[in-house]
Write a protein that binds this ligand. Structure first.
Ligand SMILES: [Zn+2]
Length: 230
């Protein structure tokens, strides 16, 4: 009721098409969400994510469980939404994507198969620059659905790495290989590692390695999107 009232006073528009939103819509209208073209079926995105990791890394690095919502190209409505999330300060979209990921995970019937959800951390300076970590916003959305805590102190990003955009697969790997170290908290067993977009998987692989060295027995991956081919 309060939201409805607020909506009349401050009508909100879709961040993608700029059309007015209905009261039950948040940030992105239903039509634009449909344009994002999710992977068909609940397991297809996860399989695509595993396949992508397999293309660049050895079999033992491929996570046993993975989830991904959308194939990603460097243009279009999904691109706009992800840029708005990462650089545009529209962080509530992160929670929206996170809830969709949470529902996708829950649809497999495995309720809360994790002890914690770990967002890929930004370097503290980059976090100050951008004011928030987009992966943490996505993790929070997943947490709301699965009722599993977000553990954002398990990993620390040590290096202020340059953007991975435009780097080759091996340059990406080198760029992030030592980017993370364990935080001070004790690492629980089963973790879900979360990021926004995955291109070769090098960031997820580097972060998962540190989590496993810290005592995690399994590290599953969840990302909003994966770049199909550059
Ligand atoms: Zn729209």
């Amino acid at each position: 009721m309060i939201k409805g009232f607020r909506h009349i006073l401050f009508p909100e528009v879709c961040i993608s098409c700029r059309e007015l939103l209905d009261t039950e819509e948040n940030f992105i209208c239903t039509a634009c969400f449909a344009e994002f073209n999710p992977f068909p079926g609940s397991g297809a995105g996860g399989e695509a994510l595993k396949r992508l990791v397999r293309e660049h890394f050895s079999e033992d690095q491929v996570p046993s469980d993975a989830w991904c919502l959308y194939p990603y190209r460097n243009s279009g409505q999904l691109h706009d939404a992800l840029l708005a999330l990462k650089y545009g300060g529209i962080f509530p979209i992160g929670a929206l994507f996170g809830r969709k990921l949470g529902e996708l995970i829950a649809s497999g019937g495995q309720h809360a198969p994790f002890d914690g959800i770990v967002p890929v951390p930004l370097h503290p300076l980059k976090c100050i620059e951008r004011t928030y970590n987009q992966a943490a916003k996505i993790a929070k959305g997943i947490s709301g659905v699965l009722r599993v805590p977000v553990l954002d102190k398990l990993l620390v990003r040590e290096h202020y790495t340059d953007s991975q955009t435009g780097l080759t697969s091996s340059a990406r790997r080198k760029n992030v290989h030592d980017a993370f170290r364990p935080g001070r908290l004790k690492c629980p067993n089963r973790l879900l590692l979360v990021d926004d977009v995955v291109t070769t998987g090098s960031t997820l692989i580097a972060a998962a390695r540190v989590l496993r060295e810290s005592g995690a027995s399994s590290v599953a991956f969840a990302t909003v999107a994966l770049t199909e081919k550059e």
